[in-house]
Design a protein around this ligand. Structure first.
Ligand code: ADP
Ligand code: MG
Length: 468
């Protein structure tokens, strides 16, 4: 039998044997380039990812099929095909992401010398900040979230061993992001390479890499990790190109036995427009839902927070807060913060009276809320949480770089998302004049143009606040 024919038959058999995603991603379009004198079949594949994958993971599989067809022993080698009729097609004819997917890694243009020297060995990870407080030890476990906690722990201790991918889902403010960060902290402590990324940041990063022609680096970065943690994947719904790229990342990691954890605010079957192939992978791993916490756990959380901040919170006050915030720990946190900020400003202990006043403010009818639906307190809280600070740090007098940065972000968002007048913003943020506030906001807007990370951060905070 002619070698080409043998390859052709083997190829068709492999198409039946391998699962469709693997076949499409790695093997589709592979051709026999030549048979060397030693009998080695040289197979042309579309990119280096495919080559590695086939060489390392699917080698025996493919070899066996080919040997069955030929009736004799052969060896295989995979090479990246240089030119194919496909790539000679005018580029405009192919959708951008399809083109990228087929093209594989592209050499980035050479960097200027000083950057080459300063460049670290490994590609830099996106600076997705982890909240230092989101650790397992600070996660209160009870019936409603035990399974999610156990699964997260198992994954953190033994990545890619038990549940892969792991999907945590549930409504807002139930500790999903907390668990995701906790996994990241644990894995990093074990020396693993971890990326934690909100799905919007993934999208941003992708768009940026296309704009700056650094898709090779983008891929290298996301595909060279041991653990990939993607938050709020529901935001990928409807963004087909992001999903496409994510799917390839996902496949690459999955096949190399790397851990993937995803968080979503809805169960996998409701990730409606998320493409079927992605969805079916979610369902292949473990999907755990995170439920609202019982009163007991909410009290335990309040106790923990009070202890950490050195605040004495009487039992009746604690009960009142815990009973008010039933469905969501973020709300609990908001109430708790309001109560202690109020006490702090008035320089008195956190009594039941203070708590009641804070609760009342919280319950004020809608018209007292700011028109655009987000309050200044919410912005400050969200920014504080992001920068791993307390709200009172942001409105306080501290001057560290981190504090200043957080303050700038908070002021910018307050101005953008609420109708609070500039003068009042200035008052709250350490007694600045309204021109200083305005100047700060304009500077932020300029910086955003240049700084993709900052843009991603603001996008994330905005989405979070609007969803709150
Ligand atoms: P989600 O991502 O589900 O919307 P987060 O992880 O952001 O929610 O949680 C909101 C806040 O509630 C965070 O400050 C988090 O630390 C806290 N939190 C949520 N669940 C718990 C828990 N079980 N124990 C301690 N803190 C919790
Ligand atoms: Mg979250």
């Amino acid at each position: 039998m002619d070698s080409q024919e043998a390859w052709h038959i083997a190829y068709n058999q492999l198409q039946l044997q391998l699962d469709r995603a693997s076949f499409d991603t790695w093997l589709r379009g592979a051709t026999l380039i030549q048979v060397e004198e030693t009998g080695t079949f040289v197979i042309g594949v579309r990119n280096t990812y495919a080559r590695e994958m086939l060489q390392n993971r699917l080698y025996r599989n493919i070899r066996r099929v080919l040997m069955d067809v030929l009736g004799e022993a052969v060896e295989l080698r995979f090479e990246v095909r240089q030119t194919t009729p496909e790539s000679k097609k005018p580029r405009e004819e192919m959708p951008l992401f399809k083109l990228l997917a087929e093209q594989g890694p592209v050499e980035a243009p050479p960097l200027p010398l000083h950057e080459q020297i300063a460049r670290p060995q490994r590609p830099a990870l996106p600076e997705s900040e982890l909240n230092a407080r989101f650790v397992f030890d600070r996660f209160v476990v009870n019936g409603s979230n035990r399974l999610a906690y156990e699964a997260a722990r198992a994954v953190a201790e033994n990545p890619a061993k038990y549940y892969n991918p792991l999907l945590l889902y549930g409504s807002v403010g139930l500790g999903k992001t907390h668990l995701l960060h906790a996994i990241a902290h644990t894995c990093r402590a074990h020396g693993l390479r971890v990326i934690y990324v909100p799905s919007e940041a993934f999208t941003n990063d992708l768009v940026d890499s296309i704009r700056h022609k650094t898709t090779a680096m983008f891929r290298e970065r996301y595909r060279s990790v041991d653990v990939l943690l993607v938050d709020d994947v529901q935001f990928m719904a409807g963004k087909e190109s992001t999903q496409e790229e994510f799917f390839h990342t996902f496949n690459a990691l999955y096949t190399f036995n790397k851990q993937i954890v995803l968080v979503s605010d809805r169960p996998p079957r409701e990730l409606n427009s998320l493409e079927d192939r992605l969805r079916s992978r979610f369902e292949g791993g473990l999907a755990v839902d995170v439920q609202p916490l019982e009163l007991e756990s909410r009290l335990a959380i309040l106790e923990m927070w009070a202890r950490e901040r050195g605040v004495i919170l009487p039992m009746d006050a604690m009960q009142a807060i815990a009973e008010r915030a039933r469905s969501n720990v973020r709300e609990l946190e908001g109430l708790f913060n309001q109560a202690i900020t109020k006490a702090h400003l008035e320089q008195r202990p956190v009594t039941m009276q203070v708590v009641e006043a804070a609760l009342e403010r919280h319950e004020r009818p809608r018209q007292h809320r700011i028109r655009k639906g987000v309050t200044m307190d919410q912005v400050i809280e969200a920014v504080a949480a992001h920068f791993d600070l307390y709200p009172e740090d942001i409105t306080g007098k501290g001057r560290s770089t981190r504090l200043n940065q957080a303050r700038q972000v908070a002021m910018f968002l307050v101005r953008e998302l609420t109708d609070v007048p500039l003068v009042q913003i200035g008052d709250v943020f350490g007694g600045r004049s309204h021109t200083t506030v305005l100047h700060g906001c304009n500077k932020m807007a300029e910086e955003m143009e240049r700084d993709a990370e900052l843009r991603a951060l603001l996008m994330q905070l905005r989405a979070q606040l609007r969803g709150a």
